[in-house]
Ligand binder design. Structure first.
Ligand code: MIG
Length: 791
């Protein structure tokens, strides 16, 4: 009935629920000691503590003194921060080098200012509150000029102003549309941008939470279904500062194995060894690069993890070995549910050792998933996490280095779509209900998988792909955005969704290229592959019974163009890899909204259909059929059309040519863009690095990064870093390089290409004038300076 107008029958109107809130009221007592302010209010308890001079934690507990316990998101404990505390009349103030906090006592209201005295957050008429059901609420004043980003994996456009969102990890096969409030991942973190400056807000509460920027014009609210109102204010001021602050709290991604940044091919499902061999042969014959093939649930025997079906995959070790010899990894899916069958060893062992989720009385929770009646590992328990991690020896023994985790919301085929909320998780001695830990369950599975695989691989980097997650998930794996569809609208939605994931700490993400469900078309696959080539994670995946969408599925002209872009991805990997290093070190995402680099340019605040890869390369995809041109906003500065080298002035919209074989790309003057060579796998070495220098008025520079792409040697300095500087004065070009670190890249030769200059009469390389090993030539109006360097 919900599908017809009957749903809005006049007799059925449900007046929206009136929530009666209890304000925490006035301050009755307060104690300042050891950098913690504890406050007792009429109707609740509050505590404030600095984690750094630019990070403030605020906790409100309706009943008792706040607990400083944290969720699994946190990896950071509070630092010793120098705080000056003052009390005068009806207010208290706290001050660090970065933040100024004013607390008005009656009723208790907290305002946070930056060091220049600008307001970051301000409580107005409504402050912190709670209700009879144990829900906790925070309210903040909202200005017309505020914009809201982040929130993990959400549908809709970039800016969430005017929206209501909620966080509850949910398996949503359909629909993914603007009114879908919850998907697989919950990251209750957001960035507020106001007139060019930003701050962050992280609500660390794993219960179902909601964020409301819609119900009131001048106040926004955030709330959770239980527990404490526990949030962090991050001072900013720039978007990159906020990401640094957020990822100091929740951790940063480890360096991914290089192969995981290549092209991945998947299908639900490649059903036999034979089919996989034919597939990879086709890639090879067609000279389309490939780094990973994913095996969906049909590889298993009765959909049981840690098994291969004997008939369809008679010799997985040989298959995996043969593929690896060709530079292709096999990534099997591992689901959350364990078949409740006595013949299943995992089930038996888990029961014996008490490792599965149970109710308070110790009865196992059973749910229906692919293997039929199933039980679920209690990942909140260290014993379970270790055990599950060790189980992956089954895969590593076969040569597997990557795992794809699905259904870890956890998804269950029942009315609530998940585990019974009354289940009690052991939680390492602090038992808590599933109601409280639901949103963090999937992340704990990833922690277990990542740590287990890391141990088993003996020094190699594992690749973990996950569907569900909570704040901090970036520490363990990449996220793909689940069951999208082969709709142009879903291609368009991929951009703001992945950008917002990046703004939520998850630099490594992507959507199913071509769309998962529904039938793809040649044109859609072409346009989606052009986007995928520049997304941090690049996998083509599609569902059972829908049109095949391997790169050649639609013939010409699509196949050639798709191939061109997959190959282009490999050329761009040295640049992309450097961006992953930045994400690993600073938390800055690989793909970025334009406002991240141009926070004072209001024109960028709502741009959902173009993005930056790194700081200076702008990608403007086509997301509608039959479209050969589009408007592109270029922020102030000089830009180069990547394809034609045409120089364009920014601070305006330009009309870009986007014929089917072209995704508009613009490179900002002053960029150093290192590109490699096309090859069939990241395992193939390449001989020459081409360093593109996009001429600017002034001198400019950049950094090139490399390491072995495989081990954790980068943690102990086995890296290669090259600083490249470039100065152009009249017709004289000077290039400076400075190589550091012990790692020697594969490539032996460097080609410097200077864009935007017709010719040079003099070339200096590291203060030495042009030598024999330097060739200068000209191509399409760009100067090629070929310099052979030896490592
Ligand atoms: O509910 O394993 O999102 O990528 O192919 C279906 C089968 C279960 C959902 C995943 C999808 C995967 C599919 N899985």
């Amino acid at each position: 009935m919900e599908d017809t107008s009957f749903a809005i029958h006049p007799d059925h109107s449900h007046p929206s629920e009136t929530v009666s809130l209890t304000d925490i009221g006035s301050v009755q007592q307060h104690v300042w000691s050891k950098n913690i302010l504890k406050v007792v209010c009429e109707k609740g308890h509050v505590a404030l503590r600095f984690y750094r001079e630019d990070i403030l934690r605020i906790i409100m507990n309706p009943q008792v003194e706040p607990s400083f316990e944290t969720s699994a998101a946190l990896v950071k404990s509070a630092e010793d921060v120098e705080v000056s505390y003052e009390e005068s009349g009806d207010q208290l103030t706290l001050k660090t080098k970065q933040l100024f906090i004013r607390i008005v006592k009656s009723p208790m209201r907290i305002s946070v200012y930056d060091k220049e005295g600008r307001t970051l957050t301000d409580e107005g008429e409504k402050g912190m509150a709670h209700d009879e059901k144990g829900r906790v609420f925070g309210h903040k004043k909202m200005e017309n000029t505020d914009h809201f980003y982040g929130f993990g994996e959400k549908t809709g456009f970039l800016d969430k102003k005017g929206e209501k969102l909620s966080m509850w990890n949910t398996d949503v096969y359909a629909p993914h549309n603007p009114e879908t409030k919850e998907l697989y991942v919950s990251i209750p973190f957001f960035i507020v941008l106001s007139e060019g400056r930003t701050h962050g807000m992280f609500l660390d509460n794993t219960y179902k939470s909601t964020f409301d920027f819609q119900s009131s014009r001048d106040t926004y609210s955030f709330s959770a279904a239980g527990g404490q109102l526990d949030y962090y204010v991050l001072a900013g001021p720039s978007p990159k500062h906020v990401l640094e602050q957020y990822t100091v709290l929740t951790g940063r991604m480890p360096m991914p194995p290089k192969w995981s940044l290549g092209y991945h091919q998947s299908r639900y499902s490649y059903g036999s060894e034979q089919e996989v061999r034919i597939l990879v042969d086709l890639f090879h014959d067609k000279q389309i690069p490939l780094d990973a093939v994913h095996l969906d649930i049909h590889y298993m025997d009765s959909y049981r993890n840690f098994t291969f079906d004997d008939e369809r995959f008679p010799d997985p070790a040989r298959l995996i070995g043969d593929l690896k010899a060709r530079g292709i990894q096999v990534v099997p899916i591992v689901d959350t549910g364990i078949k409740a069958a006595d013949y299943d060893d995992v089930y038996k062992e888990g029961c014996d050792k008490d490792l599965f989720c149970t109710y308070q009385d110790g009865q196992l929770f059973y749910g229906e998933v692919w293997p039929g009646n199933s039980v679920f590992p209690d990942f909140t328990k260290l014993m379970t996490r270790n055990w599950w991690g060790e189980k992956h020896q089954f895969y590593t023994n076969l040569g597997i280095e990557g795992i794809w985790n699905d259904m870890n919301e956890p998804a269950v085929f029942n009315e609530t779509k998940t585990m019974d909320l009354e289940v009690v998780h052991e939680n390492d001695g602090h038992p808590k209900t599933h109601r409280e830990l639901h949103n963090v369950y999937g992340m704990l599975m990833e922690q277990s998988t990542y740590e287990g695989m890391k141990k088993l691989l003996g020094g190699k980097r594992p690749f973990i792909l996950t569907r569900a997650g909570y704040a901090g998930i970036q520490r363990y794996g990449a996220i793909w955005t689940g069951d999208n569809r082969s709709f142009w609208e879903h291609l368009a939605m991929t951009l703001p969704m992945c950008i917002n994931l990046g703004l939520s700490g998850v630099a490594f993400c992507g959507s199913d290229v071509g769309g998962f469900a529904h039938d793809c078309s040649g044109e859609l696959l072409t346009r989606w592959t052009q986007v995928g080539a520049f997304l941090p994670y690049f996998r083509n995946h599609s569902a059972l019974d829908f049109a095949r969408q391997e790169p050649w599925a639609f013939g010409e002209p699509y196949e050639s163009i798709i191939k061109k872009y997959i190959r282009l991805r490999y050329r761009w990997l040295p640049y992309i890899y450097g961006l992953f290093k930045e994400a690993h070190e600073t938390g800055a995402p690989v793909i970025r909204p334009l406002f991240m680099e141009f926070p004072n340019d209001r024109e960028t605040y709502q741009l959902s259909d173009q993005f930056l890869i790194g700081a200076n390369v702008l990608i403007a995809p086509i997301t509608a059929p039959g479209t050969t041109h589009r408007a592109v906003y270029l922020p102030k500065g000089t830009w180069y059309d990547y394809w034609s080298d045409e120089r364009l002035d920014g601070g305006r919209y330009v009309l870009a040519n986007a014929s089917l074989d072209r995704i508009p790309i613009f490179v900002k003057a002053g960029t150093v863009l290192p590109l490699g060579e096309e090859r069939l796998s990241t395992k193939d070495s390449f001989n020459q690095l081409t360093i593109h220098l996009y001429a600017d008025k002034e001198s400019f520079g950049g950094t090139i990064y490399d390491d072995d792409g495989e081990t954790f040697g980068y943690n102990s300095g086995d890296t290669f870093t090259r600083e490249v500087g470039c100065e152009i004065q009249g017709e004289s070009l000077s290039i400076f390089t400075d190589d550091m670190g012990s790692f020697k890249p594969d490539w032996k030769k460097t080609l410097y290409v200077v864009h935007g200059m017709k010719s040079f009469t003099q070339v200096w390389f590291n203060n030495r004038k042009l030598q024999d090993n330097v060739i200068i030539s000209n191509r399409n109006g760009s100067t090629l300076v070929e310099i052979e360097i030896e490592h």
